[in-house]
Design a protein around this ligand. Structure first.
Ligand code: HEC
Ligand code: HEC
Length: 214
C-alpha cells in the first residue's frame, strides 16, 4: 500500500469504527460489566459454566464438544472472547449476520443462556490443528502492520474484537473473501472496509498466518 492509500485506509477505518455507533459500545460495556460480576464470583461462575455446558450440548456437533470445531469451515468457539460470542449470537438472532442454522438456533436462547454459553466456550482451551497451507513473511507483515490494531499482536482480540488466532484456515479465508466480495452475510461488519484494498493473494497469506498463531 502506498503512503496515500495507507492514510486513506486509516481515515476510513476511523469513520467506520465511529459510525458503528455509540449504542453498540455502551451495550458491550454493559455486557462486559455483567460478565465480570459473574467471573469475579466463584460460585456464580461455576453455576454459569455448568449451565453453559449443558445448553451448549448441541453446539458440539459442529463446533466440537470443547469448542474446537470439527470441520475446517466452522469456527472454533474455544477461547473466543465471551462478549464477542454473545454479540454474534445476537446478530444471528436478528438476522443482521446471516447463516441458516445459526439464525434458527440463536432465536431459542434466553439472555442468561447466551451469557452462560459464551462464558463456557471462552474458558475452553484452543487445540492446535494441522496446517495445510504455508505461512509466509508477507502474511505476518500484513497482520502485524494492520490487523493487530484491533485483534492484538497475539490475535486474541479483546472484548467484542474477536480472537482469530488458531481459527481453521478454511473458515478464515471464506470469511475474509466474504467481507471483500460484498457478500451480504455480514454486511455491517467493520471488516468490509479493512479488506477493501487487499487482493486475493494478500488475504490468503494473512489467513495462513492467522491460522498458524497459537
Ligand atoms: C449444524 C452446525 C452448527 C451447529 C449445531 C451450531 N453451529 Fe454455530 N456456526 C456454524 C457455522 C457453519 C458457523 C459459521 C457461519 C459463518 O460462516 O458465518 C457458525 C458460527 C457461529 C458463531 C460465530 C463465531 C465466529 O467466530 O464468528 C457462534 C458464536 C456460534 N456459531 C455459536 C453456536 C452455538 C452457541 C451453538 C449451539 C447452541 C452453535 N453455534 C451450533 C454451525 C453450527
Ligand atoms: C478496526 C478494527 C479492525 C481491524 C484493523 C481488523 N479487524 Fe478483523 N474484525 C474486527 C471486528 C470488530 C470484527 C468482528 C465484528 C464483525 O465482523 O461482525 C472482526 C472480525 C474479523 C474476522 C471474523 C472472525 C470470526 O470469528 O468470525 C476475521 C477473520 C478478521 N476480522 C480478520 C482480520 C484481519 C486478517 C485483519 C487485518 C487485515 C483485520 N481483521 C483487521 C475489527 C478489525
Amino acid at each position: 500500500m502506498s503512503p496515500q492509500r495507507y492514510r486513506f485506509f486509516l481515515v476510513m477505518l476511523g469513520l467506520s469504527v465511529f459510525s458503528k455507533g455509540y449504542s453498540d459500545f455502551t451495550n458491550t460495556e454493559q455486557l462486559l460489566a455483567e460478565m465480570s460480576v459473574i467471573k469475579n464470583d466463584p460460585i456464580l461462575l461455576e453455576q454459569a459454566l455448568v449451565s453453559g455446558k449443558e445448553r451448549a450440548l448441541l453446539c458440539g456437533n459442529c463446533h466440537g464438544k470443547n469448542g474446537n470445531s470439527v470441520r475446517d469451515y466452522i469456527p472454533n468457539l474455544a477461547s473466543q472472547n465471551a462478549a464477542y460470542l454473545f454479540n454474534q449470537f445476537e446478530l444471528f438472532a436478528t438476522g443482521e449476520r446471516k447463516d441458516y442454522v445459526m439464525g434458527r438456533l440463536a432465536k431459542g436462547f434466553s439472555r442468561e443462556d447466551k451469557i452462560n454459553i459464551a462464558l463456557y466456550f471462552s474458558v475452553m482451551p484452543v487445540e492446535p490443528r494441522e496446517l495445510s497451507v504455508t505461512v509466509t513473511a508477507q502474511g505476518e507483515k500484513i497482520y502485524q502492520s494492520y490487523c493487530f490494531t484491533c485483534h492484538q499482536k497475539d490475535g486474541h482480540g479483546d472484548g467484542s474484537y474477536p480472537r482469530i488466532a488458531g481459527q481453521p484456515y478454511q473458515f478464515l479465508i471464506k470469511t475474509l473473501n466474504g467481507f471483500s466480495g460484498g457478500d451480504k452475510k455480514r454486511a455491517n461488519s467493520p471488516m468490509t472496509v479493512i479488506v477493501a484494498n487487499m487482493n486475493e493473494q494478500q488475504l490468503k497469506e494473512v489467513a495462513a498466518y492467522v491460522a498458524s498463531m497459537p
